[in-house]
Structures are given as structure tokens and as C-alpha cells.
Design a protein around this ligand. Structure first.
Ligand code: NDP
Length: 453
């Protein structure tokens, strides 16, 4: 008898679905199906592969409402956010659908003939994704990998498999050939690890914790698999006294409390210049007080629950060590893994909450004196994913943006992610880039061809 997995709705603690739980043998079977489908998929004429991917984008658009409801219930995302995410999934597929027909490669002058490069797909690619943005993060990997001609085995997090399973059905209905997209729902320590070690898998695209990322890098080394790692963060939102403080304070809450803080780009450290500290905190308190926390299916909700009871315990552990709570927002009582938005200030940069990824709605506000100290504090982290700079001094904005050791920085904005621009980390936030033109390189290899004339 196969094991069953109970998928829980975090806003109600009720079972949403019971599904079959895969094991290593199921992973091997999925890899075999992908290998069988690969030859036909990789040689498909570029306009035909493009047409199938445009068709898949249209099919996702036609199912936005259904997928959004599924994501809102399974991951606890506010329904408005979930609708936006699912529309973005379609947009990601549409962006990469054009890739098969775009120029790729160089011609290089050589003696005695002609040399040129082409890009070849890697083969069967394993994608391992987390529970925080289940289908959106999967799409960042699926779309460029498919456009480049690879076949896929996708392993969603066991906590949030619902939209990945529905996506596989939609892909089949949209005409993606059988075996090109395979979804395996099973534990990371068995199914995920099998994908990492499988000799028939050419690459792992992973998003998740830095700790598991390290074990994936180590596990992939035995077969010299390609690996893209998008890992944790401790991003700094740096607010100078000359900034538009009202705009910075109005934007700061959702930059860390969006998705209940379960976001690798969460600006979970706000660094504020001392001369503007009190004014900024006053504005921030008003903004945090306005956040609507509650039922994800209510259109007015801005923040839902945490993903699980055990994750709520982890988040709560950051409040146990005497760090000063400046103020908190609201959260419902009763069933559901609720946690009120929490602002800690002033926080010692050496405190655990200022150094570790909380992955919940808790922010550490840290004062600084000058630009040199702001940059030093922002970079005082093992992570380097994203960050923000708020100032009206254009030269300072560019100086600080260049000095911050992260893969993504925004100026007078907290927006890190766009479909058309590269996204990924420095330092222990990982390596490789997703989205934008760069993601295609991560799912193909360069081949150099010489033709003697
Ligand atoms: P994990 O890194 O454990 O999980 C991410 C994915 O990896 C899941 O699909 C998981 O499977 C799988 N996985 C787990 N262990 C292995 C393994 N040994 N080999 C292969 N795959 C594996 O993240 P968690 O969900 O446990 O979250 C823990 C913390 O990680 C969070 O609190 C947060 O700090 C951070 N995190 C960061 C994310 C980011 O976007 N950067 C995303 C998610 C988490 P399964 O869960 O099904 O067992």
C-alpha cells in the first residue's frame, strides 16, 4: 500500500486533500519517463516548441482563478496575491516561449574553416521547490528549462503540492507531450535526495533553505551535476534621513510582512539613520497598524497565516530572548497558524534576529550613523540576496547600491523580482540566476562546432 500524505490548509488547520506519497522508486520512474520523452522534445522545431509554450501560457491564464484559489487555500496566501502570482506564472511562460526562436550563439573567425557555437539542452532536469511561493517559484525554473529543450521532474514541497499537480494536468491538456513534465510528491530527504544523486539527472534547480542548499551542492558533486541554488536571505532596507520617509515607511511593512514574511527577499532588517529614527518609527507604526491579517479567501486580506504549527514555533523563538518589541499589528484568534506582524527596535546588530533568517513577520529595526556604517551593517551577513536603498541623493543611491553585496538591489523601491531581469544571490544566498535572459544559460550548455572548409 502506498503511503498517503495529508495536505493541510494553514488558515483552518483542516485537511485539504489526501494524496499518494512518492518514494525513491517513483522518482526513478519519473526520470525514466522524462528520458523517454526527451529526444522528441529537444528536436522539436523551434516554432513548434514556442507554440506549445505560448499555448501553455494561455492555458494557465484561463485557469488563473482556479489555481489562485488552490494556492490561497494550500499556502495561505491572500487571494489577491495568489491571483497576481498565477498571472505572473502565465507571464513567465510567455516570456520564455519566444526563446526557442531567438538567436543563440556566436560565429568565431578561425583558420581553415568556420567555428560557431550553439546551445544544447542539458537533458533531464530535477527541480526542487519550497512551500512559500509554490507554483510561482516552480515556473521560474520550468519555463526556461522547457524552452531550452529539457525534460523535467518537479518535486514540490510536501506542504504545498496542490498547484504543481494541477499544473501538470494543465500542461498535458495544453499539448505538452507526455513525459516532458513529471511531478513527484514526496519528502525531500528521500525523493529530493534521489533526484540530486540520480545519475540520469543532469541538473538540479533548487530554491529553499541555505542548509539544504549546502547538502544539495555536496550531493550533486558525485555526478558533477549542474546546480542553481536560490537560498535564504537577510536583506537590509536602508533608509537615509534625506529619503522620502513617508514613502519608505509606507512601503516597508509589505516588504517584510508580505506572504507573512515567508519570502527569501523579505527586508527583515530595516537600517534607519539615527537623525530620522523617531520620525520613521512613528510612520512605520501607523503603516503596520493598517495591515489586514486574516482569512486568505477574503479579498481585503493583506497577510495570511504561517505555513505550519512547527514553523510558527520557529518564528516565535525569535521573540524569546529579550529583544525589544516596539509594536505589533493584529492577528486572528482560533484555528490557523497566525502570527501578528512584529516590529523589534532598536535591535543590536549582533542579536540572533538580526543575523538569522526568520521567514516570518518579524522585522529588526537597527539605527546607523552614516553611510559607511550603513553599508558595513548591510553587508554584515552570510547572506546576499536582495536589499533596498532609500535616499534622494542620487550619487549616494548609486554608491550604496554598488557597495551592497547582494544579487539584487532596488533604489526607492522594495521590488526585487521582475520576469525580465535576473534574480539570484551573492554569498550564501546561492549561485546561478533565474528569470530574465540569464536563466536560459542555466538550463543549456555551450557547444563549439568547427567545420573545416
Ligand atoms: P527546505 O530547504 O527544507 O525545503 C525546500 C525543498 O527542498 C522542499 O521541496 C523540501 O522537500 C526539499 N528538501 C528538503 N531536504 C532535502 C534534501 N536533503 N535533499 C533534497 N531536497 C530536500 O526548506 P523548509 O521548507 O524546511 O524551510 C526551512 C527554512 O528554509 C525556512 O524557515 C526558511 O528560513 C528557509 N526557506 C527559504 C526559502 C527561500 O525561498 N529562500 C524557501 C523555503 C524555505 P519537503 O519539504 O517536501 O521535505
Amino acid at each position: 500500500m502506498p503511503e498517503t500524505l495529508a495536505v493541510v490548509e494553514p488558515a483552518t488547520e483542516q485537511v485539504l486533500a489526501e494524496i499518494e506519497r512518492a518514494d525513491e522508486a517513483a522518482v526513478d520512474a519519473a526520470v525514466a519517463r522524462a528520458h523517454a520523452a526527451l529526444p522528441g522534445w529537444r528536436v522539436l522545431a523551434p516554432p513548434d516548441r514556442a507554440a506549445l509554450l505560448y499555448g501553455l501560457a494561455d492555458a494557465i491564464d484561463a485557469h488563473v482563478e482556479e489555481l489562485a484559489l488552490l494556492e490561497a487555500r494550500n499556502a495561505g496566501h491572500p487571494i489577491g496575491d495568489a491571483r497576481w502570482e498565477m498571472a505572473q506564472v502565465a507571464r513567465v511562460f510567455r516570456y520564455y516561449a519566444g526563446a526557442p526562436e531567438r538567436p543563440a550563439g556566436d560565429t568565431i573567425p578561425v583558420a581553415g574553416g568556420q567555428a560557431f557555437t550553439v546551445r544544447e539542452p542539458l537533458g533531464v532536469v530535477g527541480l526542487i521547490v519550497p512551500w512559500n511561493f509554490p507554483l510561482l517559484i516552480a515556473s521560474w525554473k520550468l519555463a526556461p528549462a522547457l524552452a531550452a529543450g529539457n525534460a523535467i521532474v518537479l518535486k514540490p514541497a510536501e506542504l504545498t503540492p496542490m498547484t504543481a499537480l494541477r499544473f501538470a494536468e494543465i500542461a498535458r491538456e495544453a499539448g505538452i507531450p507526455d513525459g516532458v513534465v513529471n511531478v513527484v510528491v514526496g519528502p525531500g530527504r528521500t525523493c529530493g535526495q534521489r533526484l540530486v544523486e540520480h545519475p540520469g539527472v543532469a541538473k538540479i534547480g533548487f530554491t529553499g533553505s541555505t542548509e539544504v542548499g549546502r547538502s544539495i551542492a555536496a550531493g550533486a558533486s558525485a555526478t558533477l551535476k549542474r546546480v542553481t541554488l536560490e537560498l535564504g536571505g537577510k536583506s537590509a532596507n536602508v533608509v537615509f534621513a534625506d529619503a522620502d520617509l513617508a514613502a519608505a515607511a509606507a512601503a516597508a511593512p509589505m516588504a517584510v510582512f508580505g506572504n507573512a514574511g515567508q519570502d527569501c527577499c523579505a527586508r527583515s532588517r530595516i537600517l534607519v539613520q539615527r537623525s530620522a529614527f523617531d520620525e520613521f518609527m512613528g510612520l512605520l507604526e501607523q503603516a503596520v497598524g493598517r495591515i489586514v491579517v486574516g482569512d486568505p479567501l477574503d479579498a481585503s486580506t493583506e497577510m495570511g497565516p504561517l505555513i505550519s504549527a512547527s514553523h510558527r514555533e520557529t518564528v516565535a523563538s525569535f521573540l524569546d530572548n529579550g529583544t525589544p518589541v516596539a509594536f505589533r499589528g493584529s492577528a486572528p484568534d482560533g484555528p490557523g497558524y497566525w502570527f501578528a506582524p512584529t516590529v523589534l527596535a532598536p535591535v543590536d546588530p549582533a542579536a540572533r534576529v538580526a543575523r538569522e533568517e526568520v521567514f516570518g513577520p518579524v522585522v529588526a529595526v537597527i539605527p546607523f550613523t552614516d553611510e559607511e556604517e550603513a553599508v558595513r551593517l548591510a553587508n554584515d551577513s552570510i547572506y546576499g540576496l536582495s536589499g533596498s536603498v532609500w535616499t534622494t541623493d542620487g550619487a549616494r543611491a548609486l554608491r550604496v547600491a554598488r557597495s551592497i553585496e547582494t544579487g539584487v538591489v532596488s533604489i526607492n523601491s522594495n521590488n526585487s523580482v521582475r520576469v525580465s531581469t535576473p534574480f539570484g544571490g551573492f554569498k550564501q544566498s546561492g549561485y546561478g540566476r533565474e528569470l530574465g535572459p540569464h536563466a536560459l544559460d542555466a538550463y543549456s550548455d555551450v557547444k563549439s562546432i568547427y567545420y573545416a572548409t
